[in-house]
Design a binder for this molecule. Structure first.
Ligand code: PGA
Length: 251
């Protein structure tokens, strides 16, 4: 049985005071980490504040990192900078970064490898655009992303990897994929990874992301190949975040 992982992606939201209010509001209420993994992926300046107060049941993630160890990369953040703060996870290749910040399959691959090398767990995002879905190309697109993004990993990496299948047409649009559509694609993600890395893919966790809310998460998580959710907008409110995480507790 794969433990569910519910991760909030705050994107470019919250000041330090707002992050503190959030962490104080959720810390006593989150279910035990043996039951479900809960993560907030926050902007860089909030990571230290959150790591210091994350408590036993909450883990902290970043939303990006650079693939180099150090060097002349103005404005960038390295994996070591994250781990020394106590960060556990890092989102890699979110569609907003691919679309707006020149993230390519090659840089995503370098970042995933670097994250594992440094002891971070990558949450690798893949997913198709609306146009690609309308042309029936979603599987082809996701397969190509996975093949390039996961090149050169080992089986142990794959067992610890988290992949978020996020159809771009469902992100921030209120238009969630149906549970059946999400399951079909998450099962497909596992199948592709299985072809590449064998049974390690059975241990890997696959999240669905895209307009997940308190009122639709249960149905999504009831699907056999969906091991969690990556949640943007609905993860910003402390009460909702607690409810989203509670939905992931094993029955
Ligand atoms: P959303 O974002 O839940 O606001 O649709 C999801 C994401 O971008 O990870």
């Amino acid at each position: 049985m794969r433990k569910k992982i519910i991760a909030g992606n705050w994107k470019m939201n919250k000041t330090r005071d707002e992050a503190l209010q959030f962490v104080y509001a959720v810390s006593e209420k989150l279910p035990h980490i043996d039951e479900v993994d809960s993560v907030v992926c926050a902007p860089f300046p909030l990571l230290r504040t959150l790591c210091k107060r994350q408590g036993d049941n909450l883990r902290v993630g970043a939303q990006n990192m650079h693939y180099a160890d150090s060097g002349a990369y103005t404005g960038e953040i390295s994996a070591d900078m994250l781990t020394t703060l106590g960060v556990t996870y890092v989102i890699i290749g979110h569609s907003e970064r691919r679309a707006m910040f020149n993230e390519t399959d090659e840089t995503v691959n370098l970042k995933v490898k670097k994250a594992f090398e440094k002891g971070l767990i990558p949450i690798l995002c893949v997913g198709e655009t609306l146009e690609q879905r309308e042309k029936g190309q979603e599987k082809q697109v996701v397969k190509a992303q996975l093949e390039k993004n996961l090149e050169g990993l080992n089986k142990n990496d794959i067992e610890h990897l988290v992949i978020a299948y996020e159809p771009i047409w469902a992100i921030g649009t209120g238009r969630t994929a149906s549970a059946a559509q999400a399951e079909e694609m998450c099962a497909y993600v596992r199948e592709v990874v299985k072809d590449l890395y064998g049974t390690a893919a059975d241990k890997m966790r696959v999240q669905y992301g895209g307009s997940v809310k308190v009122d639709n998460i249960k149905e999504i998580l009831s699907m056999p190949n969906i091991d969690g959710a990556l949640v943007g907008g609905a993860s910003l409110k402390a009460d909702d975040f607690v409810k989203l995480v509670e939905a992931g507790v094993k029955k």
